[in-house]
Design a protein around this ligand. Structure first.
Ligand SMILES: C[S@@+](CC[C@H](N)C(=O)[O-])C[C@H]1O[C@@H](n2cnc3c(N)ncnc32)[C@H](O)[C@@H]1O
Length: 213
C-alpha cells in the first residue's frame, strides 16, 4: 500500500456495510476485508473496466464483497454505514454527495483538487469534520474525515483544512512554502495586475498562515 492509502485505511472504523466508491484497484476494499472490519464491502466504480481490477484482486472473498458499477451512490440499494471516496477531484466528490439520496454516517474523502468545495458541502449536508489535514506521498493530498453532525468552518479553515491550521503538520507547511515560492515567481515574471487577483488573495492567505500564527 502507498502511504496515502495507508493513511486513508487507518481512518476506517468499519461496521455493517462499507463502500469503496471509485475503488479502481480495490486495495482499500481488500484492507477492510482482510481486517474483518465490515460485514459487507461494496466495491464500486463508474467504470466497469476499473471495477474489473477490483474483481481480479478480490475474487476469493465470496459474498463478503459486492461489485457495483455506479456513478457515486446512484445504483446503491443499501446505504453504507461508512464510505471512502478517494483519488478523484473535489468537483467529482461534490457531485457524488449531491447525487446521493442517502449518505453514509461516516465519510473518508481525499479530494485531489477543490478541497474547499468538499468542506463546504460536508457542512451543508450536516456533517461534522473530524479530521482534515494534508499529507505528502510524492504529491500533496488532503484527507477529510466526517461524521453526521453539525459543524462550522471559518474562511481560512475552508481554504486550508482545520487540522492543518491547528496542528501545522510538516507536510502542510511544506506545501504552503512551495506554493508561496511558486506564486512569487509568477508575480515576478508577470507583475501584479487585476488578472491574478485570486492568486494574490491566496498568496496573502498563505502568508497569514505561515507567518502570523
Ligand atoms: C485514480 S482512481 C482512485 C482509486 C482509489 N480510490 C484510490 O484512491 O487510489 C479514481 C477512480 O474513480 C472512479 N470514478 C470517477 N468518478 C466516479 C464516480 N462519479 N463514481 C464512481 N467512481 C468514479 C474512476 O473510474 C477511477 O477508477
Amino acid at each position: 500500500m502507498t502511504r496515502r492509502l495507508e493513511i486513508i485505511a487507518k481512518h476506517i472504523k468499519g461496521g455493517k456495510v462499507f463502500a469503496d466508491v471509485g475503488c479502481d484497484h480495490g486495495i482499500i476494499s481488500k484492507y477492510v476485508l482482510d481486517n474483518g472490519l465490515a460485514d459487507l464491502v461494496i466495491a464500486s466504480d463508474i467504470s466497469s473496466k476499473s471495477l474489473q481490477k477490483a474483481k481480479n484482486l478480490l475474487n476469493s472473498y465470496g459474498d463478503k464483497v459486492q461489485f457495483l458499477v455506479s456513478d457515486g451512490f446512484k445504483n446503491f440499494t443499501i446505504t453504507p454505514t461508512e464510505a471512502v471516496i478517494a483519488g478523484m477531484g473535489g468537483d467529482e466528490i461534490v457531485s457524488i454527495l449531491e447525487g446521493a439520496t442517502s449518505l453514509p454516517n461516516r465519510l473518508i474523502l481525499s479530494p485531489q483538487k477543490n478541497q474547499r468545495k468538499v468542506r463546504e458541502i460536508l457542512i451543508r449536508k450536516n456533517y461534522k469534520i473530524c479530521d482534515d489535514y494534508t499529507i505528502f506521498d510524492n504529491k500533496f493530498y488532503d484527507i477529510i474525515v466526517a461524521e453526521k453532525g453539525e459543524d462550522f468552518y471559518l474562511e481560512l479553515e475552508l481554504v486550508f483544512g482545520r487540522d492543518n491550521l491547528k496542528l501545522r503538520p510538516k507536510d502542510f507547511i511544506k506545501k504552503l512554502s512551495l506554493e508561496e515560492k511558486k506564486f512569487i515567481k509568477i508575480f515576478n515574471e508577470n507583475g501584479l495586475d487585476g488578472k491574478n487577483l485570486d492568486l494574490q488573495n491566496y498568496l496573502e492567505q498563505i502568508r497569514k498562515v505561515l507567518y502570523e500564527n
